[in-house]
Write a protein that binds this ligand. Structure first.
Ligand code: SF4
Length: 450
């Protein structure tokens, strides 16, 4: 049976034919199984979709299994014929491509298509998604009069969710893409009939989405140019295009910053480099020293007063304080239940940290969150501001003074922990990833108790 495309397959194919081939031929590949973070994104996207539907009175959902393509298309036709004011998941099949339109609304002279996204702005990558839908609907005999992307609004703040959505018209922006959709569909379907295509690695592996198959395609060499400190996907792929694949391939005249020079020296000498300036940098950590770490929740639909879509709010902290005898005292807070925990968290944190002279964090994340807490809990603003003055970020201290070849160009805890403290690995930590922690806490607060 010939392969069939869908919105998500088509957009995967736009990013990379090899990615699409694996998605179609290896649907059970371990790389394609959603982890907790991705599953949470899907769940929140579904919640946003359901709320968007509430904005279309009288709308009817094509509520049939995704695989029941023929029945879905038939029901959509019936709803159109019945004059339904809005059809959700309106389903069409043409050119061997199946699409389910988030919201289809009849107009005097045709139909309007709305694509619902849980992002807080309309993005470039939404356009091919909209274009393939317009193409399939046109092939199905519908006249499309307008297209928009309905996304979350940055102006929305809990508890007023009346302006949760904003709509961006993309009718004009989609037009230039339409001429290529039919050709691209043919190319993708033909490619899927053949063997795994040979596609070179490049910027498309990172944009618009990080490809799940990076580990299959990208070299793992320690001296790969993508492991040069501070080199992002764009600059790294520019290097690849000029034939620089390894850090050792960099031309002598290449401008490098001081961290990159230290990295190259550490790799050449294959040893840990510690700059003499470290001693002075650490003098800032004086008196009684504490160590503070936040975990946050991040919800598409805001849940606590003043919060906007996807805004992060602390829901947990962990605090260690170095004692005179060299041991560490520990304190922590974890929100309970769905109600706003920030006032209680702030009071607990201020009490836990009141004896500290200096509080170390790793990144400026805690500082930005403490600033946000000053707005969320204004009655404790002066105390929070005083706490903010005690914070010192350890990350720049490491970045400017220390490098081990096993950092692989990164200064995140995941990469520096084991090289600097060999008896510890990142996997030893209870929850290894801040994003996973965020999802776990949100699940505890907003799902588990329901
Ligand atoms: S890693 Fe790059 S080349 Fe490989 S499948 Fe993904 S996008 Fe394509």
């Amino acid at each position: 049976m010939p392969h069939r495309l869908s919105k998500s397959r088509y957009t995967a194919g736009i990013q990379c034919h090899k990615l699409l081939w694996w998605k179609v031929h290896e649907p059970n590949a371990v790389e394609l199984q959603p982890g907790k973070v991705l599953q949470d994104r899907f769940d929140q996207g579904a919640q946003v979709g359901a709320l968007a539907r509430d904005r279309f009175p009288g709308g009817v959902l094509v509520d049939l299994p995704h695989r029941a393509v023929d029945q879905r298309v038939k029901l959509t036709r019936k709803l159109i014929d019945d004059g339904t004011p809005a059809i959700f998941e309106a389903s069409f099949l043409a050119a061997n491509t199946f699409v389910a339109v988030d919201v289809l609304t009849p107009q005097d002279d045709g139909y309007h298509l709305t694509e619902v996204k849980s992002s807080t702005s309309q993005k470039e990558e939404h356009l091919p998604d909209a274009a393939v839908q317009v193409h399939v609907l046109q092939q199905s005999g519908l006249r499309i009069t307008g297209v928009d992307v309905m996304h979350l609004s940055k102006d929305c703040h809990f508890p007023d969710l009346s302006n949760l959505f904003e709509r961006t018209d993309v009718t004009e922006a989609v037009q230039p893409l339409l001429g290529k959709v039919g050709w691209e569909i043919d190319a993708q379907l033909q490619m899927l009939e053949g063997p795994l295509p040979d596609v070179a690695i490049g910027l498309h592996c990172h944009e618009p989405y990080e490809c799940p198959f990076m580990a299959r395609c990208w070299p793992k060499d320690r001296d790969h140019i993508m492991n040069l400190s501070g080199v992002g996907p764009k600059k790294g792929c520019d290097f690849l295009l000029t034939g620089v694949h390894r850090i050792g391939d960099l031309p002598a005249q290449q401008k490098l910053n001081i961290t990159q020079k230290r990295q190259i020296r550490a790799m050449r000498e294959n040893c840990l480099i510690v700059e003499p300036g470290l001693k002075q940098a650490l003098e800032a950590f004086h008196g009684r020293i504490g160590f503070l770490d936040f975990e946050t929740i991040q919800r598409a639909v805001p849940v606590w007063p003043g919060m906007g879509p996807w805004e992060q709010a602390p829901a947990q902290f962990s605090y260690h304080e170095l004692q005179d005898d060299g041991s560490y005292a520990h304190d922590e807070f974890l929100a309970e239940g769905p109600k706003d925990c920030r006032p209680a968290l702030v009071r607990h944190m201020l009490e836990a940290t009141k004896h500290a002279d200096t509080i170390a964090t790793y990144s400026h994340f805690e500082r930005t969150k403490i600033r946000a807490l000053q707005k969320a809990v204004p009655e404790l603003q002066p105390e929070l501001e005083a706490l903010e003055h005690k914070l010192i970020d350890l990350l720049p201290v490491v970045r400017e003074n220390v490098y081990h070849p096993d950092f692989l160009g990164s200064f995140s805890l995941k990469y520096i922990l084991h090289p600097l403290v060999p008896e510890l690995t990142y996997d030893d930590l209870v929850i290894v990833d801040g994003l996973v922690a965020s999802v776990e806490i949100a699940w505890l607060l907003f799902v588990a108790g329901k």
